[in-house]
Design a protein around this ligand. Structure first.
Ligand code: G4P
Length: 531
């Protein structure tokens, strides 16, 4: 028991949230470099480039050279076992990106110093906030010109509504920062000039800010402006309060450059100290303590057809309590069946390895005979609880789909049902007509392609797909009559979700406001009313 607790306390499972191009791949790679998991930076990137050559499972992936799946990267650093969950971005931004956050205990929000808080970061941040997980901020690309650090602190607060506490502060002048000042230790760390795009660990020199040698090294004006900044931060800034960080109300902020490695090690070390180990999770039977000896886990992602020859599916589970051992039998709450976990897989980048044991905070992939759904619970045989339902994430793109060949209706319905269960798309139907067509909603447009591809290849159904021009959905709550007689909704589309709850599709936020003002008896909700 004590051993289990120690093992759990050393685990850090987190996701990096950012807008495309902020440097997530680069930072991930540098964390691996500092963790000793790779020897020279560049290998993750080249793997990214060569992905279509090695991936063997899905044509879309091959054609576009992108990864449709999120995997996990694991390494050890300073006694910690680090699990970085990959959050798909770019064109592969999808509900899976959001769902990955359900498996994380904290998040690192990566911000480009020149661009500040961008759109995708905002969306991902809000999911973290809803979950109440701590968010740590890394301001990246400090080797370039960018916004003033005080301005960025304010932007984070204004745009995201979270206070920022700088753990360190850039030293030097914009476009030519030379180090970071560690506020807790009152120490300056200056980094050597990097000439090789941070391929290796970057040497640095540490010393006290009041050391005359550092003052000389920095030059009078840089030293004076650093001292002024420090004074201002200490006087006007927030105090560091770990409880606020844990509650997701204060974000510890770090500065650096993933490309040149500047500030990467100080960030990693401080982050690992502050980031939470796996904590208790809520279930139908109350909180499940990670150190409980009884195994439990939930499914947060399902990926189909890793190997087209076998048509297998993989369910990714996040372990919540107890110890996992290969071959163990567990109870699958949703089907009521016992399942033997014979071939657990762990994913390190794109390589699979069979694993023998794993602990709370770890992610493993299980072969799925087609019984798992998103959010399903696995627990010890005899225990009968379920973890809280996964939230529904608001779709942003919509299409009307039906089979090209009406004779294929049965396969079409079967495929759509299966893919909905996996969480590949959200399915709706038009309320007034018993139409042949379904309305589907997705977060990222890649999900449309996946749907089309999989229905054709797995169910033999070619789709007719009409993209709809709506981009927001609102679940309607209120009196059934008030909803039926809603006014001014001609420009929208009334649909129902799979639980028969009414949903209104409209083209933008402005239209939502306009309609809601004219229908005061109806509430417009971003997520279903009972979640
Ligand atoms: P992403 O996964 O968040 O989309 O970003 P990625 O790491 O691929 O980085 C996007 C671009 O930003 C890359 O440039 C990368 O080299 C650059 N970058 C990342 N971190 C830093 C940094 O600290 N400083 C600077 N100056 N650039 C950074 P690219 O031109 O798209 O690719 P590449 O030719 O450099 O590989």
């Amino acid at each position: 028991m004590e051993d289990l607790e120690l093992t759990i306390n050393k685990r850090r499972t987190f996701a990096i949230i950012s807008h495309p191009d902020a440097g997530k791949t680069t930072l991930t790679e540098k964390l691996l470099l500092y963790g000793g998991a790779i020897r020279l930076a560049g290998s993750v990137k080249s793997r990214k480039a060569a992905k279509h050559a090695v991936s063997d499972w899905m044509e879309i992936e091959k054609q576009r050279g992108i990864s449709v799946t999120s995997s996990v990267l694991q390494f050890d650093y300073d006694g910690y076992r680090v699990n970085i969950l990959d959050t798909p971005g770019h064109q592969d931004f999808s509900e899976d990106t959001y769902r990955t956050l359900m498996a994380a205990d904290s998040a690192v929000m990566l911000i480009d110093v020149a661009k500040g808080v961008e759109d995708q970061t905002k969306k991902l941040f809000h999911v973290c906030r809803q979950r109440g997980i701590p968010v740590f901020t890394f301001v990246n690309k400090l080797d370039r010109y960018g916004k003033n650090p005080f301005e960025l602190m304010e932007e984070i607060e204004q745009v995201l509504g979270i206070r920022a506490y700088p753990m360190n502060w850039p030293v030097g002048i914009d476009g030519n920062y030379v180090g970071v000042y560690n506020r807790q230790q009152a120490q300056v760390e200056l980094f050597a000039k990097d000439g090789a795009h941070g391929q290796s660990v970057l040497p640095s020199t540490m010393g006290s800010v009041s050391d005359p040698a550092f003052r000389d090294l920095l030059g009078e004006s840089v030293h004076t402006s650093l001292c002024e900044d420090i004074e201002l931060l200490d006087m006007a800034g927030d105090a560091f309060d770990y409880d606020l960080v844990a509650a997701g109300e204060l974000t510890p902020m770090f500065f650096g450059s993933a490309m040149t490695n500047f500030g990467v090690r100080p960030f990693l070390e401080e982050f690992l100290k502050l980031a939470p180990a796996p904590v208790a999770r809520m279930s139908s039977e109350g909180e499940i303590n990670p150190a409980s000896e009884d195994f439990s886990a939930f499914v947060f992602k399902i990926q189909a057809n890793m190997n087209p020859a076998h048509r297998d599916r993989l369910a990714f589970i996040r372990i919540c309590s107890g110890k996992f051992t290969r071959g163990m039998s567990v109870y699958h709450a949703q089907s009521g069946k016992a399942i033997k976990l014979a071939q657990p897989q762990q994913f390190l980048a794109q390589e699979r390895t069979i694993i023998d044991e794993a602990y709370p905070g770890d992610i493993i992939g299980l072969f799925d005979p087609g019984i798992f759904g998103i959010g399903d619970t696995l627990c010890k045989e005899g225990a009968k609880f379920t973890f809280q339902d996964f939230p529904v994430f608001p779709p942003e793109q919509f299409a009307k789909v039906q089979p090209k060949d009406t004779m294929k209706r049965k396969q079409f319905v079967k495929g759509m049902t299966q893919l909905t269960q996996e969480g590949a798309v959200q399915v709706f139907r038009q309320s007034e007509f018993a139409s042949e067509a379904f309305i589907i909603g997705v977060v990222g447009s890649l999900q449309f392609e996946v749907l089309e591809y999989r229905l054709k290849n797995e169910y033999g159904v070619e789709l007719l797909m009409d993209r709809l021009s709506f981009s927001v959905a609102r679940w309607l709550s209120g009196d059934e009559q008030a909803i039926k007689s809603m006014k001014s909704i001609d420009s929208g589309m009334m649909i129902r979700d799979i639980k028969d709850r009414p949903v209104l599709l409209l083209s933008n936020e402005w239209a939502i406001r306009w309609v809601s003002e004219r229908n005061p008896g109806v509430e417009f909700l971003e997520i279903p009313p009972d979640t």
